[in-house]
Ligand binder design. Structure first.
Ligand SMILES: [Zn+2]
Length: 222
């Protein structure tokens, strides 16, 4: 298959050998990963610190828009290789499963896309990330408990406060019974200000009083 369909590193573009998948070994070694240490408050947790019922949060990669590693996110979302998200997430989950990170988690919940976005893209990239975590942890993925409404203005290009206010009213829990009393792991691709996640966590807390929430994102903007 490799001879007929050569595969290339998603970061540097070099042709991959049979033993490599998605990234060449040198790009893999150089991945700008974020270590998870449950004894220290990390940056992802800091962004969510004002929300109730947050248990833990972690991101796998530092996202720098100057870095070639940003291409991993482009492949995931825009360039038709969402399977790279599952692969990356399974590597992250394998590392996190050696810590307390998944302790007590009942379900994985990928952040939903709006119907319009889903139709345009054809898939939800967060679902691929969720599947990679499921592969390692065996935790079930719950897809249809929350829906996302259209944003009135696109988030990009807005200031911090505008982003925050625009994020209000974005999500709706349509199946609260399923998540009642559960500890869920919310999964997103990139966290920047945390406003979208905070908005979802607030809606979850308002709809399901005894919910507990942990968060995993594939990347965090530096
Ligand atoms: Zn490479």
């Amino acid at each position: 298959m490799d001879f007929l369909l050569p595969r290339y590193c998603k970061v540097c573009g070099r042709r991959l050998s049979l033993s490599e998948s998605h990234l060449c070994i040198s790009c893999f070694i150089g991945l700008p990963t974020v270590e998870y240490d449950p004894r220290k408050l990390n940056r992802t947790e800091t962004l969510l610190i004002n929300e109730r019922n947050i248990i833990r949060a972690s991101s796998m990669l530092q996202y720098d828009k100057e870095s070639e590693y940003r291409k991993i996110l482009f492949h995931l979302k825009y360039w038709g290789h969402p399977d790279v998200g599952s692969w990356m997430a399974s590597i992250a989950a394998d590392r996190l499963s050696k810590t307390v990170f998944f302790e007590g988690v009942d379900y994985i919940v990928p952040l939903p896309l709006t119907r319009k976005r889903l139709r345009k893209r054809g898939f939800n990239q967060c679902m691929y990330i969720a599947e990679g975590i499921k592969e390692v942890t065996g935790l079930p993925v719950i897809e249809n408990a929350v829906i996302r409404h259209e944003e009135r203005v696109h988030q990009a290009g807005l200031g911090l406060f505008q982003r925050w206010s625009n994020a209000q009213g974005l999500f709706q829990v349509i199946n609260p019974e399923v998540l009642k009393g559960k500890h869920i792991l919310l999964v997103d691709d990139v966290v920047t200000t945390g406003s979208t996640l905070c908005s979802l966590i607030e809606v979850l807390n308002d709809s399901i009083p005894d919910i507990r929430v942990s968060v995993f994102t594939l990347a965090i903007t530096m």
